[in-house]
Design a protein around this ligand. Sequence first.
Ligand code: FAD
Ligand code: DHB
Length: 391
Amino acid sequence: MHIQVGIIGAGPAGLLLARMLHLQGISSVVLESRSRPYVESRIRAGLLEQGSVDLLTETGMADRLYKEAMVHEGIELVFDGQRHRIDITALTGRKVYIYGQQEVVKDMIVANLAAGVPILFEAQASEISGLEGERATIRYTHEGKEEVLTCDYIAGCDGFHGICRDAIPPQLMRGHDRIYPFGWLGILADAPPTRDELLYCRHDNGFALFTMRSPTVSRCYIQVPPDEDAENWSDDQIWSELETRLGKHEGLTISTGKITQKSVTAMRSYVAEPMRHGRLFLAGDSAHIVPPTGAKGMNLAISDIYVLSKALVAFYKKNDASLFETYGATCLRRIWRAQHFSWWMTSMLHNLPDASPFDAKRQVAELYTIATSKAGQTLLAENYVGLPFET
Ligand code: FAD
Ligand code: DHB
């Protein structure tokens, strides 16, 4: 079978690309190694930038989002016994949306399948080739059979552990990496959110984040050692640690309930350069990872696809291949700024295991600098709400 664009991975990046190409009459097939129930229930990110929501709206995939998402106009920084609200909307004119990544993925799958875009679940890509030749080839296994797909271009949307990044010759590839000496223990709980807005908390015991999924479901994260086993934490210990880190800040009382899910995520910053090699384009987590403190991972996957879809549409509709040449550089400008923001939020709010009292005092001072200055708040708000999409 030959198709215009072969897409590997049915995460937010691959599914959005399939939809954007379909709307322009460009054919694609999505290959996904996992089952549909698995990808639809994988708990991950939860915060969408305004620009991401605008793109989901333009592509006809935001109807349920507008009914169910929680729209937020601010966040609170919590440190040194105080809470400081940052009014994101007053400072930027824009908003952010709380809507679980698995809900975004469900909406994207429904839109693609309804339009007849093929998504092959449990189709594991094993090898890609022909990247420098006349056409590209994807070998994959589906329903126990070895299959081959040929295509004009391959979109490597297969996440951090996929196969596409490694298909770029190592002498051309440069990976920029930073591994953090801590992770996040994340929980979902049947508990109403402690506050209407997200709380980002710095404490001597470590970072804590209070977010939510609905008026009855809280999502909370606490900084833990990177190799921590979530099973080492009983529900009581988790609530007690959240209370220690967040409670007593201007009378906050945290709301508790039954914990329904818990897992530990390691924290890493990574950027692969280049993002294109011949007929292969990397997008989303296959090309970069951010620590989650700035809520940028899913949003960067979406902004990469905005750039890639424009390049593919220019080629197929106007025979103009120039945007292929600039794809990587255009994405990387925004990616590096999101990397900086994610690193900055992480370093400002987490405890390094070997931090000295000087480091702790300096960190609190930095938080005061941001929280008490309109310029500081604006810098944080502009990055948090999302930089403009470029082409
Ligand atoms: P993915 O969503 O990873 O999708 C890649 C897809 O490719 C997967 O479905 C995978 O099964 C498939 N695949 C891989 N290899 C193959 C193959 N060989 N053949 C076929 N298919 C293949 N971001 C935030 O902004 N905030 C958060 O709170 C947050 N929390 C996170 C928690 C966890 C545990 C993880 C892992 C990530 C988190 N992220 C968070 C990051 C965010 O979820 C990712 O940035 C986002 O999923 C990237 O989308 P993607 O489409 O590029 O990749
Ligand atoms: C969520 C996760 C984040 O890392 C973040 O910064 C904001 C929200 C979330 O899961 O809702």
